[in-house]
Design a protein around this ligand. Structure first.
Ligand code: ZN
Length: 250
């Protein structure tokens, strides 16, 4: 199973899944982890089983609603509770979010081992879900925001994310120069989330913007925009670093 990882988060069991390593046929080929995109639930369950086996983790999932709510879950769960960021403080339980262009942000506290996974499309980004996640993780773990590490994972890049002039204006007003001009404005959600994390107190050098575009990398990632909605979902996940057990990384 191919997982993309951030060097900055190397001490934590974490990853961004890719299309590779699953059993689903086109257009969900192959490691589709989304349960409501038209794929056969039996195949999706097998894909999840493979992810659990490859990582030796269990997954705390939420029903994502493009908001800014953060929940603290310490048990594995199917998507039921409505939220767009998940905190885990239990070794072996991965906080995770599902994406196919939206920005996944993984945040970790190397002091306590606590972690958070964030789902930030344009709505969540402008609602400040990444800042809410920093505040929640800091409160729960006792970490000053400056101690946190963050990785901005594979998602649609400013190369490909054309938006309406109105939406571009909203982002300029809220976050500054995060729009690339051209025949159609293109929104930089990576820079947007970096600015939000920095404003929330995360140190610039402790943010890894991975600059991997889901729409450009057809063979590697699902992209809702590129595939006109007929596609699968990849997961971004991170589990607490167990400070006592020295648990091996998957
Ligand atoms: Zn691109």
């Amino acid at each position: 199973m191919d997982l993309v990882r951030s060097k900055l988060l190397a001490a934590f069991p974490h990853g961004f899944t890719t299309r590779r390593g699953g059993v689903s046929p086109p257009p969900w080929d192959a490691l589709n982890l989304g349960g409501s995109v038209g794929d056969d639930p039996v195949r999706v369950a097998e894909n999840w089983r493979r992810l659990e086996a490859a990582t030796r983790l269990l997954f705390a999932r939420v029903r994502q609603v493009h908001g800014a709510r953060v929940v603290h879950l310490d048990v594995a769960s199917v998507p039921a509770e409505e939220a767009d960021a998940v905190v885990s403080t239990e070794a072996g339980i991965a906080a995770c979010v599902s994406v196919a262009d939206c920005v996944p942000v993984l945040i970790a506290d190397p002091g306590s081992g606590a972690v958070c996974a964030v789902h930030a499309g344009w709505r969540g980004t402008i609602a400040g879900v990444a800042a809410e996640a920093v505040r929640a993780l800091a409160r729960i773990s006792g970490a000053p925001p400056g101690r946190l590490l963050a990785a901005i994972g594979p998602s649609i890049g400013p190369c490909c994310y054309e938006v309406s002039p109105d939406l571009a204006d909203r982002f300029r007003a809220a976050l500054g120069p995060v729009v690339r001009e051209g025949p159609a404005p293109r929104l930089d959600l990576w820079a947007s989330n970096r600015r939000i994390l920095e404003a929330a107190g995360v140190a610039p050098e402790r943010i890894d913007s991975m600059d991997r575009c889901t729409a450009c990398e057809r063979d590697t990632f699902f992209s809702h925009r590129r595939d006109a909605g007929r596609t699968g979902r990849q997961m971004a996940f991170i589990a607490p670093h167990d400070l006592t057990a020295g648990r091996a990384l998957p």
